[in-house]
Design a protein around this ligand. Structure first.
Ligand code: TYD
Length: 211
């Protein structure tokens, strides 16, 4: 099969969503993201936004909390991904898939909260290996500026962004869950959308991933 499964990762404000949508248009692929827009994905977004969850069991303490246990969230991300991978496999028969965040986000965000990487990898054992991971880096100050008026999720403060960035580089250096064609790192600091897009296209061509 010639269609490629391309994953974008990066810290918040690195331009992942813009660039992944742009790339999928350019290569006539399909854009998708995690958390997904499915029911599990929606639940995850609710937790991340800090909104109250509906009472789901009889215990008063859990019904009053706006955030769930980090392990629960990790399992939700993994469950969302199990469903997502089924859709990805199906759609890869027809076109390239460009995915905005994937298992690497779990490896980064869940592990900086103190969850063991082994546990994360175990619950994600159904994750399909992508063909390539494109990591968009950005200076933390610029990332903060770019996020501007956006609503702040629980992960968006400078300290956390630094930790997130370090973890991504650790994954790349240690070649964890290494994609077939490896990793592409693009520093987006002080670059405009087109410049970054051109750089991505060039790297993908160089690796023979696209024509
Ligand atoms: P997303 O909505 O893509 O945020 P953004 O557009 O700012 O990139 O992702 C929501 C948050 O979910 C993001 O802060 C990272 C986090 N996340 C995890 O913690 N684990 C995961 O497995 C995934 C996919 C995302």
């Amino acid at each position: 099969m010639n269609n490629k499964f391309i994953v974008f990762e990066g810290i918040d404000g690195s331009g992942k969503t813009t660039q992944s949508k742009l790339l999928s248009e350019k290569i006539k692929g399909k854009y998708t993201c995690e958390p997904t827009n499915g029911e599990i994905g929606k639940l995850i977004r609710k937790v991340l936004s800090g909104k109250k969850l509906r009472k789901s069991c009889g215990l008063a303490h859990s019904s009053l909390r706006s955030k769930c246990e980090k392990e629960t969230l990790a399992l939700l991300f993994a469950a969302d991904r199990v469903e997502h991978v089924v859709d990805i496999e199906q759609n890869l028969k027809k076109s390239h898939i460009v995915c905005d965040r994937y298992i690497y986000s779990s490896m980064v965000y869940e592990s900086i909260q103190g969850i063991e990487l082994d546990f994360i990898m175990n619950i994600n054992k159904f994750a399909k290996k992508p063909d390539v991971l494109i990591f968009l880096d950005v200076d933390i100050e610029e990332s903060f500026k770019r996020m501007g008026g956006r609503s702040k999720e629980i992960f968006e403060n400078k300290d956390t962004l630094e930790k997130v960035k370090k973890k991504y580089y650790e994954i790349i250096e240690k070649r964890l869950f290494e994609p077939k064609y490896g990793y592409i790192v693009v520093d987006t600091t002080n670059k405009d959308i087109d410049e970054v897009h051109d750089e991505i296209m060039e790297e993908l061509r160089e690796k023979g991933i696209i024509k």
